[in-house]
Design a protein. Structure first.
Length: 588
């Protein structure tokens, strides 16, 4: 999980960031919620159409209290991860928007302001990413609303009315920003557009007093839009947090393409909408996601056969990270075997798809470490023979490989400096594997890398698996339709011990997990070694050194979330929907 929001008490913090702090509490808050009375209508009934994103909390004030009182917040604000984010272009843009809001509203959107306007059930709806136009509605007793600083400064606002209720509007002529708010019964509304505020009040009136106009007014609400109705219909129970996204409008946005961390915009184009519900307790957080495809497609046979769930039971207890997936394409199953075990060598780096970032230095080019870079020889390329690769590929094709499981673990090296990474790959075939043919194919692949004349590439049987008698560690075992290849005895032994384990997972197209508790220290050690050359380089005179990405930035985020012991994700296909379940387990 990556935190991409900033929460401080400074006046420059944007209101949008403060309101969507509920999203940051995914994995950070710990309080339970109190259900709303049955006679209260959903806040979505009062939200006008045209939204890009809808975020709802069952008890926003409790989430906010959890976040402010959590040790994760205090540690994150001191971390290198926060330091880097505080200087990011994204945050600079958000700060500008926050300053414009403060000018238009006449008061800063700080934590004191947010604490005053945070009620129980609350909804934040985003209408424009670039201009950060939103509508916020919260259930707050009217006596509390009348004590807020916002209400006390209403004399500085112009008075308007809609749906039989008064609201207050103020504009900043320079930035053309608008801020509008209203108190309607036990609701507090806040918006950055006058028309959104007027429409929301009309929808409220239509659902209570104006019975004859209700159908006409309600047709303008978000609930009348197909993307919303289809998303809600596909989801299960409402979680402590619910987010609904209109991906048809979000994905084409240039802001989404620029700031979306995963950078998988092409993959996201196949979805029309998505909905996510977060359920929290002291032991774990569970997020249930539903992504709606633009066109209904048939469920693949791999999803129905259960091969992925079958392989997932082989995951050993000492696995640091694992990933099981169906073979939607042949390369998805062959690549892990080749890159992790059979051809673990240096290859030319793939061409970069992103423009390099500008480095503000005093003019130096290169460093003393570049003296070790050879410029008179081409980069090392693949050393495995094409014949060996084709033999392995032919073997996989012949047995109609259906799913692949890759497992990795780490351990400190004996000398106490480096960290060793161990890997294992398991393949589920359509029928039983020919064990002798497997060993022959593997020998043909790795033999040219190790020696000439095939010397020292024989196999010897040890503890139920075969070990390559050569200069490198390569272990292989066959159990019926399972083929397991590894470079570590403990990994392959653990996987073989689970062959007869009962299948617990339901059929899926993707299952993965990460043991954060056991791998966190090894990652920090490994990252410190990787970043060491750059860490020795001083920053430019008069400038602050940027924290190293792996050993400081990401490692500090890992330290902040040290209480998260593990994460798992399961992805299933259901016709025109993709179902994802993400679970975070806490160690306290």
């Amino acid at each position: 999980m990556t935190i991409k929001l900033k929460v401080t008490t400074g006046s420059g913090t944007t209101l949008l960031l403060l309101l969507v702090i509920a999203a940051v509490t995914v994995g950070l808050g710990r309080a339970a919620y109190q259900s709303a009375p049955a006679n209260q209508r959903p806040l979505s009934k009062f939200v006008p159409s045209g939204a890009l994103l809808y975020l709802q909390a069952k008890d926003f004030s409790s989430l906010l209290a959890d976040w402010n009182g959590s040790p994760e917040k205090q540690q994150w604000l001191r971390s290198s991860n926060y330091q880097v984010f505080s200087r990011s272009r994204l945050l600079l843009r958000l700060r500008d928007a926050g300053n414009q809001f403060a000018t238009a509203a006449g008061l800063p959107p700080d934590m004191n302001f947010l604490g005053q306007v945070a009620g129980s059930e609350s909804a934040l709806t985003l209408y424009d990413i670039g201009k950060l136009q939103f509508l916020y509605i919260t259930r707050l007793p009217s006596t509390n609303s009348l004590q807020t600083q916002l209400w006390q400064t209403r004399s500085k606002f112009e008075t308007r009315s809609a749906g039989g209720a008064a609201f207050y509007l103020r504009r900043d002529p320079e930035s053309k920003r608008e801020v509008a708010f209203a108190v309607s019964g036990n609701y507090l509304l806040l918006s950055t557009r006058e028309d959104l505020m007027a429409s929301a009040l009309q929808l409220m009136a239509g659902s209570t007093d104006l019975k004859s106009e209700a159908p006409k007014i309600e047709a303008r609400s978000i609930e009348a839009e197909p993307w919303w109705a289809q998303s809600v219909a596909a989801a299960g129970p409402v979680g402590d947090l619910r987010m609904v996204l209109n991906l048809d409008k979000i994905v084409p946005s240039p802001y989404f393409r620029s700031y979306w961390v995963q950078q998988n915009v092409t993959d996201m184009k196949q979805y029309a909408a998505a909905i996510s519900d977060l359920f929290r307790n002291d032991q774990q957080y569970r997020e249930e996601r539903v992504l709606l495809k633009k066109g209904a497609g048939p469920t693949s046979s791999a999803d129905e056969s259960g091969d992925v769930a079958d392989l997932a039971r082989l995951v050993p207890d000492n696995a640091g990270v694992y990933e099981a997936r169906d073979c939607a394409s042949f390369e998805l199953c062959f690549d892990p075997l080749e890159t992790k075990l059979l051809a673990s060598h240096l290859v030319p780096a793939p061409p970069a798809r992103l423009a390099p970032e500008s480095q503000l230095t005093s003019g130096e080019t290169g460093s003393t470490f570049d003296m070790e870079t050879r410029i008179d020889q081409p980069p090392l390329g693949p050393t495995s023979g094409s014949d060996g690769s084709s033999v392995v590929k032919g073997m996989l094709h012949k047995n109609s490989v259906r799913a692949v499981l890759q497992v990795q673990s780490t351990e400190p090296a004996a000398e106490g400096v480096f960290v060793r990474i161990h890997s294992a790959v398991a393949l589920a075939g359509g029928s039983d594997w020919d064990e002798a043919a497997v060993r022959t194919a593997l020998t043909n692949f790795v033999g040219p890398n190790l020696t000439t004349s095939q010397l020292g590439v024989g196999w010897r049987q040890i503890n139920g698996y075969y070990e390559l008698d050569g200069l490198r560690t390569l272990l292989a075992a066959v159990r019926g339709k399972y083929l397991i290849v590894s470079d570590d005895a403990s990994l392959i032994s653990g996987m073989l011990a689970n062959v007869n384990r009962k299948i617990e997972a339901k059929p899926a197209m993707f299952i993965a997990g990460f043991d954060h508790k056991d791998e966190r220290q090894n990652y920090s050690r490994f990252a410190a070694v990787v970043d060491r050359p750059d860490m020795s380089l001083p920053g430019s005179q008069g400038t602050e050194r940027t924290p190293q990405f792996f050993s400081e930035n990401i490692a500090s985020l890992s330290s902040t979330l040290s209480a998260v012991s593990s994460e798992t994700i399961v992805v299933r296909a259901a016709g025109d929907k993709v179902l994802q379940t993400v679970t975070y387990k806490w160690s306290h």
